[in-house]
Design a protein around this ligand. Sequence first.
Ligand SMILES: [Ca+2]
Length: 117
Amino acid sequence: MARIGAVTVAVGSIGAAGAAAAAAYPASCTSNQVCVYDNTNYGTELGWRSGGFPLQDVSSGNNDKMSSWSNHSVLNACWYTNSGGGGVGLQMNQYTSDPDVGLVWNDQMSSWKGSSC
Ligand SMILES: [Ca+2]
């Protein structure tokens, strides 16, 4: 009896997590926008571009500050640790958000584009 109960709970948890991930855009990142934020959990919006935007450097004031992002567009996007698409490129998949890029990649974004890496 206890075993059956545990299985039921596990299935329910998977369903809830999947639904939350699919709808997890910050309110500030509306449809067709790719948005980047200072601090984790979409703390302060550094800026946004429409999906498919060309490669460009981050402004000097926003350089090396990004800690979270949201891609609310149909196209993949990419951010780079150096200007001009240099350094390491990290994908921001279509219809995906990341509330915390992690310690290794925190405060490194220097350029980005609205297409795959
Ligand atoms: Ca950088």
